[in-house]
Design a protein around this ligand. Sequence first.
Ligand code: SF4
Length: 390
Amino acid sequence: MRHYPAMTERVSGAGLKKLRGDLLEWFDRHRRELPWRASRDPYRVWIAEVMLQQTRIAAVIPYYERFLARFPDVTALARAPEREVLKLWSGLGYYSRARNLHAAAEKIVAEHGGIFPRELGAALDLPGIGVYTAAAVLSIAYDVPLAVLDGNVARVLSRIGAVRGELRASENWTALQETADEYLVASRAGDWNQALMELGEVCCTPKSPTCLVCPVVHECRAYALGLTGEIPEPRRKRATVTVRIAAAVLVDPAGRTLLVRDPGAHDDVVFSRMWQFPAVAVKRNARDELLEHLRGTLGVDASLRLEKLAVAKHGVTFRDITLEPFLVRVEELPKVARTRVLALGKLGVVPVSGATRKIAERAGVVLGVTGAAKLKKAKRDPSARERASG
Ligand code: SF4
């Protein structure tokens, strides 16, 4: 890495005036038509902001449209059973987002008359709403003068100011938030925030930014210094943790299988506390440990034969998960509380995670069952909207 000056001064005075004017003018002309931009309804803005966390726009659009068709307002969402919300979320991942949306909708109806609160403190009190999401919703829906800072905005600001160092380091992030606050156009807070985000998504991209058509190229210090390829510095990666999960696809002669909600330590990471096949984290021997788990939790016969299925890989953040599924043919499925019995080809009728789909797919291949993993997982966008708290 080349050496270059420490963070330069923020753009100010006439330069800042030009920066603001150029970016807003560009946004007014080139803003993309996206479904959540059709209105400033805070409910719609909120749903979109939550769905867009770590997920690409193209992947979000069909989920957003289905979700809004079923839950057109906050009251409809609050009244729905959580399982229905999770079902519509199935495939988007990070399911705590859906649970929090539902809980927040209930709170908005109970405490705010069904209207997303305008005050920052009240917004931050809602489940799943962090600083980023609150600033995004309040600025876009109500023009509250709050500046957003997410991965896209941080990249744009770091290039404009030629900021060195890792952006996520707390002192850098704090400095970037202060820069974002200073640059904010208070009278058009929502448009300004969206313009910065949009610039990061379509022009000031992580690799190969298109500087020659960038509306703020004249104010960009990274461009002037020839450092756009080196700023921001790559994020240091957390060490990968490997995890093995053995799962049992029990199947009866009618082709039905059994799903559980198993509150094990790995569940929230791998299965997101959704309906899943009985599973256990493996320490040594997958077959023995899974059989022991099935005996202990479902009371199955210890002499059952476990047929090994093809292994599947599943990555969740820094975890490298190996799924080791087994097919277990039984005369009768165990009758135990908090389980569900359904045809292997109909898993899509209940909320299941991507890991469960992969396991079902492996069993479906052996049993000749199609549709065992019908719903595809939405693609993540590692560069965009990575704020975790929202
Ligand atoms: S000139 Fe290039 S690096 Fe600078 S803000 Fe525009 S796209 Fe990003």
